[in-house]
Design a protein around this ligand. Structure first.
Ligand code: MG
Length: 384
């Protein structure tokens, strides 16, 4: 049997590590042909190279690459460095699926490069579609490139839509855990520390997405992501808080039927689904025990307590460059919160300010989107 060739961008991050667990569990099905990483965890990358023997490795940080090369003796590996190195990897690697598991705004250009090369993509980076959803989906369509969602909510919707007529969808219902602070009062949110915010009750994820989940901004990103992925209008996408995280999202059809996808909260599941798509494969991942959960709750998000979700929706509805401003400003705000420069609740305020400070541009091109994202980041850094 020919193995499916897989390339992973962002292999030492949370999704990258989970993806390699899937690849290791199905080593007779998958072959890892390329890995890229920022270079912040050279030891882990070194281990990954030894185990998976990719033909190409790209490291963003040049010094990290020098350290990596001094410790890694694996034969037949081509090393690239810098931002350009990652693009070179995308062009040169053989891949039936390229997993984009990069953090924040760094996912967009590599995704566009993969599309240009005609490589099918498993997309775990939501900012790519937040910043340039229309452009990315249009280019993918032009090139006949498949984009399979890896975000758990979008994987759920993708599975619910399988075999259905898209014209018969009435709405998408995204579920949210609500994050660790659902029961906090507005005042209590003021004194949240980064350590508290980094402890997500259900999902084990990277830092950026964990903080965005705690502020519910992540759900705003996911609405925008779903809008582009599935071509559903923003008005027909609803968010419900569902603390048990058993239902990963739902689709309501014109006849009132609702389809839901359930499972344990483990990123290996959507990753495995994307890697095997269109097939399904058995695994040894623990099962959801409904009798043990007993109760599934659903309720409306409190937008007064978590205004970031509102701002995300406003930016999405305005369109143009504002979703890029949203993404850029949130990246700077999350960094500032994590380094103790601003309060948890100030993140949303800075995002709001950045959105108000940017004049919108209709139907922006890529350069305008990237410039808006950068300018929003700088705006927040300066304000802080
Ligand atoms: Mg998600």
């Amino acid at each position: 049997m020919n193995k499916k060739k897989i390339a992973i961008l962002g292999s030492t991050g949370s999704i990258g590590v989970s993806a390699l667990k899937v690849a290791a569990a199905f080593s007779s099905y998958f072959e890892i042909t390329a890995l890229s990483a920022k270079g912040s965890n050279v030891e882990l990358l070194n281990e990954q190279i030894k185990i998976f023997k990719p033909g190409i490795v790209a490291v963003h940080d040049k010094d990290a690459l020098i350290r990596l090369r001094s410790m890694n003796r694996t034969k037949g590996v081509k090393f690239f460095s810098g931002f350009e190195g990652q693009l070179k990897l995308i062009r040169e690697c053989e891949a039936d699926i390229l997993l984009v598991a990069l953090v924040g705004g760094s996912g967009l250009i590599p995704t566009l490069e993969a599309i240009k090369c005609g490589k099918n993509i498993a997309l775990a980076n939501k900012e790519t579609l937040v910043v340039a959803g229309e452009l990315v989906m249009r280019e993918a369509k032009k090139k006949g490139v498949k984009i399979i969602p890896v975000d758990s909510e979008h994987s759920a919707i993708f599975q619910c839509l399988n075999g259905e007529d898209p014209a018969k969808v009435r709405k998408l219902i995204l579920t949210a855990s609500g994050g660790p602070f659902m029961k906090h009062t507005k005042q209590e949110l003021e004194s949240i520390t980064p350590e508290q915010a980094l402890k997500h009750p259900r999902w084990d994820m990277g830092k950026k997405v964990t903080i965005d989940s705690a502020s519910l901004l992540n759900k705003g990103f996911e609405i925008i992501e779903a809008h582009h992925f599935f071509g559903i209008s923003l008005d027909n996408i609803e968010v419900v808080i569902h603390p048990q995280c058993a239902v990963h999202s739902m689709v309501e059809f014109v006849d009132g039927s609702i389809m839901a996808q359930l499972g344990i909260a483990d990123m290996r599941l959507p990753i495995q689904f994307a890697f095997f798509y269109p097939e399904r494969q058995g695994n040894n991942i623990p099962r959801l025990n409904l009798a043990r959960i007993r109760t599934l709750e659903f309720f409306k998000p409190d937008l007064n307590k978590f205004p970031a979700l509102c701002y995300a929706l406003e930016a999405a509805k305005a369109g143009g460059i504002l979703p890029a401003v949203l993404s850029g400003s949130s990246e700077a705000a999350v960094n500032a919160f994590l380094t103790g420069k601003i309060k948890f609740t100030a993140m949303a305020s800075f995002i709001k300010k950045a959105l108000a400070a940017h004049k919108n541009i209709k139907a922006p091109n890529l350069a305008q989107l990237l410039s808006a994202e950068r300018s929003a980041k700088e705006f927040v850094e300066k304000e802080i």
